[in-house]
Design a protein around this ligand. Structure first.
Ligand SMILES: Cc1cc2nc3c(=O)[nH]c(=O)nc-3n(C[C@H](O)[C@H](O)[C@H](O)COP(=O)(O)O)c2cc1C
Length: 175
């Protein structure tokens, strides 16, 4: 299995159902490093050198987060702004992420049917996550199929647990 880094971005895991379940499950996997961004940086001051080193040590990079306003929680956006620097992640000399793989694991409140033409959110998850795909492209990473679990409010405890197993399987696939 590819050495995998899962960057978890949830501002309040104590009230989380699905992202907490996913995180607790992923921690049991020896080939997966789980990095809880809000726990590491409660004041929002990101250690750029530390984050870049973590990225270098892994081949598959995963962002795991609850969908907030059709994107990620804000600390993950801040992380992108400060960690993916010119001359490191992009630009003619910025080749450090080149050849790695990149993936998203997202939970949404809205159900699957809402995320399509004619659905109440109008756009598909594929369309709404294009900025992540573009970032992956610019930094030379291969964008892998996104893992989504939707309509999470309506899931039973059993379905939540099963989604964690599905996520593990998804993360371990060769694409
Ligand atoms: C600030 C905020 C913004 C949200 N925006 C969206 C959204 O744009 N689309 C959506 O489907 N759900 C949205 N939700 C619902 C969350 O995605 C949902 O509660 C979350 O995926 C549940 O995961 P958890 O159990 O780990 O907290 C939002 C929730 C909050 C608190």
């Amino acid at each position: 299995m590819k050495k995998t880094l899962v960057i978890v971005a949830h501002p309040n895991l104590t009230t989380s159902v699905i992202n907490k379940t996913w995180k607790d499950r992923l921690i049991q996997e020896t080939d997966i490093t789980v990095h809880d961004l809000y726990a590491k940086y409660p004041n929002g001051n990101i250690d750029v050198a530390y984050e870049q080193q973590l990225l270098l040590e892994h081949e598959r990079i995963v962002f795991q987060f609850p969908f907030y306003w059709y994107s990620s929680p804000s600390l993950l956006k801040e992380w992108q702004d400060v960690v993916l620097t010119y001359g490191w992640a992009y630009g003619s000399e910025g080749t450090k992420l080149r050849g790695k793989e990149f993936m998203l694991a997202i939970s949404t409140g809205g159900p699957e049917a809402a995320y399509q033409a004619g659905g109440y959110n109008l756009f598909s998850m594929s369309e709404l996550t294009k900025p992540f795909q573009a970032t992956s492209n610019l930094t030379g990473m291969r964008f892998l199929p996104t893992f989504t679990k939707q309509g999470v409010r309506f899931l039973t405890d059993e379905q939540v647990r099963e989604s964690a197993e599905e996520l593990v399987r998804h993360l371990k696939l060769n694409y």
